[in-house]
Design a protein around this ligand. Structure first.
Ligand code: 7TS
Length: 414
């Protein structure tokens, strides 16, 4: 018994890496060092194989035919939903709506719940460190409804000013929309306090979980948020699939968004009645393979262990941040106490774009730019940053390669 526990508690990164075929390839004549996981993660063969099996043996449309393959595809699609519900500890499968990803999930809430419930003079609170996809849908809604978008301020270390947040709460605040973890700074937001204060004020909470699910255990019933959005492709699953979780009573009361097949019970030219949850929000043929692939990705993550992944990534983050800080003229942007494995930095005298270009020549993939968080860049007075974002397969050697690459950048540009 103890032997089993010991093998489980030792994080075998070499074995994990063998699951990801792409990590064995060269880029520009160098072994790929992939540090752009906040943009999208690589896929393990468990996910790739699952997609191949689906298209080779199970492909058909769902919720339609009585024929064998349609029933099989429907079963697998709904099994995927059931697994995702368990993974997130949502109360009911009706609360798991498949979407294209985080962006579509947030737009769905803004366009349905938002248009039905937000009125002139109401307020929506977001934070200063949100991704554009948790800014722009609310701006669009507020413009349409003459409501106000108010911004929770952030301290210089990248932590939200929660006292200021609590002072901003008032009866006009209908919704608080915040990220679980910041894609540009890594800050993990203290959701329990944020959600508790919002609920005490009678406001709903939407969590942008795009950077939460890949790094943190998400227990939706314990968290008690009203909506939670995430993307499959950032958690080792396929692109084009994501989830909107919503509390059942809220989703029930929301009008549908897109109209079409599958979201109806009956249609006549006089009157259409809508389907039950979650299908009311899944118009048209869904991304069946994507949903099945996403469940396979979450199963893969669970097989390694969420706590083991979080502990491993944290150790890597601490190591990489310490090594990077040894580089002269390098400044970390975002030094919150609780951080996901994302490191943003600027290098004195070098434009971030040049950092990315030189690192690319070394086979090192990082993102440079504003990370779809332009207001955040303005707040921290930088036009852009370099960003290394780590995943469950990254290693200390790769962090060392990044440091060596940055020394090359300095040689070229200083
Ligand atoms: N919210 C956060 C916090 C994100 O990091 C992203 C994507 C999104 C929303 C949007 O997700 P999508 O799957 O709908 O596009 N972030 C990034 C990034 O950091 N680099 O590229 C995409």
């Amino acid at each position: 018994m103890s032997a089993v526990i010991e093998t489980k508690s030792t994080y075998d990164v070499a074995a994990v890496r063998r699951d990801f075929p792409i990590l064995a390839r060269d880029v520009r004549g160098k072994r790929l060092v992939y540090l752009d996981n906040a943009a999208t993660t690589q896929k393990p063969r468990q996910v790739i194989d699952r997609l191949v099996r689906y298209y080779s043996e199970e492909n058909s449309n769902v919720h339609r035919g009585v024929h064998y393959l349609s029933e099989l595809a429907t079963l697998e699609y709904e099994n995927a939903r059931a697994y995702i519900r368990r993974f997130l500890n949502a109360r009911d499968e009706k609360e798991i709506v498949f979407t294209r990803g985080t962006t579509e999930s947030i737009n769905l809430v803004a366009q349905t719940w938002g248009r039905a419930n937000v009125r002139e003079g109401d307020e929506i609170l977001i934070s200063a460190i949100e991704h554009h996809s948790n800014i722009v849908p609310w701006q669009m809604l507020c413009a349409e409804k003459q409501a106000s978008l108010r911004i929770i301020p952030v301290f210089d270390n990248g932590e939200l000013d929660l006292d200021a947040y609590e002072r901003m709460l008032n009866p006009r605040v209908k919704l608080v929309a915040v990220g679980h973890a910041s894609n540009a700074l890594g800050t993990i937001n203290p959701l329990r306090r944020i959600i508790g204060a919002a609920h005490a004020n009678g406001s709903l909470v939407l969590v942008d979980g795009a950077q939460g699910v890949p790094h943190l255990t998400v227990d939706l019933q314990a968290l008690d948020c009203d909506f939670y959005a995430f993307s499959g492709h950032k958690v080792y699953g396929p692109t084009g699939i994501g989830v909107l979780y919503g509390k059942q009573e809220l989703l029930e009361a929301m009008p549908p968004w897109q109209g079409g097949g599958d979201m109806i019970l009956s249609v006549s030219f006089e009157k259409t009645t809508y389907n039950a949850l979650p299908y009311k929000f899944e118009a048209g043929t869904p991304n069946i393979a994507g949903a099945i692939g996403l469940a396979a990705a979450l199963q893969y993550v669970a097989s390694i262990g969420l706590d083991a992944i979080a502990a491993y990534e944290h150790e890597l983050l601490v190591y990489a941040a310490a090594r990077l800080q040894e580089i002269e003229g390098l400044r970390l942007i975002g030094t919150a106490r609780g951080k996901a494995a994302v490191i943003s930095f600027v290098l004195e005298g070098v434009h971030p774009h040049d950092i990315g270009t030189v690192l690319d020549q070394e086979g090192i993939a990082v993102r440079t730019g504003h990370h779809c968080a332009q207001p955040l860049m303005m707040r921290f007075n930088v036009p852009a940053t370099g960003r290394a974002s780590f995943g469950l397969y990254n290693t200390r050697e790769e962090a060392d390669a990044l440091v060596a690459g940055l020394h090359k950048v300095i040689e070229v540009f200083r």
